[in-house]
Every structure is written in C-alpha cells, then in structure tokens.
Design a protein around this ligand. Structure first.
Ligand code: HEM
Length: 114
C-alpha cells in the first residue's frame, strides 16, 4: 500500500509541476491565445490524486489534517472554476497570474502547514 501512496504523491507532484508549467506555456502563447486545456488537466490530476490520497489514508496509516485538506480543496475548486468558465476564451490579463498564484498558495499550504 505504501507503493500506491508514493505513486499518488509522485503523480500529485507532477500535476503541480504541470500547473506551474502552464503559466509559462500560456505566457509564451501570447496575450491573445485562448486559455490552454492543460490547466484543466493539471487541476483534475491534483483533485483525483489528492482525493485518492485522503481516501486511502486508513489503508496507508496516514492521518491528514482535514482542515488543511479542506483549504487545499477550496483553493483547487476556485482554480478549476476559473479555468472551466474561461476555457478556450481569451483570458483576462489578471487570470493567468491569479491561477499561478493560487497554485503557489496550495504548495505553501501543503509544505508549511504541518
Ligand atoms: C493546486 C492544487 C494542489 C497543489 C499544488 C498541491 C501540492 C502538494 C504538494 C507540493 C504536496 C507535497 C507536500 C509534502 O510532501 O510536504 C502535497 C501533498 C498532499 N496533497 Fe496536495 N496539492 C494540491 C491539491 C490537493 C487537493 C485538492 C488535495 C485533496 C483533496 C490534496 C491532498 C494532498 C495530500 C493528502 C498530500 C500528502 C501526501 C502524503 O505525503 O502522503 N492536494 N500537495
């Protein structure tokens, strides 16, 4: 079971990397480019792997802080909501920095909230 947890953490970290990379992909595509679907895929990967990690906690002997998880989930819902409502549209100038900022907030919550 430990291997499954590590695999999920591995995918969770790749999902984080993907969301950070999307900021640069979007920037490189230019201000007129529509919002890239990669944002949605990265957010979905974070949701699936995060929920699976929490769901498997009794089997992996982990005791996650549910308040912390709730905050991470809320931040992710805001990310996913912003992405879903702006998909394939030309993003407002604040949208990509805001999405990247929210991703960084979740990394901070994950690392510093112990
Ligand atoms: C943008 C969204 C997210 C980002 C960037 C993110 C980032 C991270 C990072 C960097 C870690 C590793 C922390 C460490 O090992 O000290 C982590 C761990 C974790 N995350 Fe997330 N996360 C996100 C969303 C979520 C969501 C939505 C959930 C749950 C619903 C979640 C659940 C977890 C859990 C349970 C762990 C601990 C895994 C373990 O060490 O066993 N994450 N996250």
């Amino acid at each position: 079971m430990e291997f499954v947890r590590l695999l999920l953490v591995f995918l969770h970290l790749l999902g984080m990397g993907m969301l950070v990379a999307m900021f640069f992909v979007q920037k490189r595509a230019g201000a007129d480019a529509p919002l890239n679907k990669g944002w949605l895929h990265g957010a979905a990967l974070q949701l699936l792997t995060g929920v699976a990690l929490v769901g498997l906690a009794p089997l992996t002997d982990k005791d996650y802080d549910h308040f912390k998880i709730g905050v991470k989930l809320l931040v992710l819902v805001v990310i996913a909501g912003l992405v879903a409502t702006n998909l394939n549209k030309k993003p407002a100038s604040w949208l990509t920095p805001a999405l990247a900022g929210l991703v960084v907030v979740n990394v901070g919550v994950a690392v510093f909230w112990q």
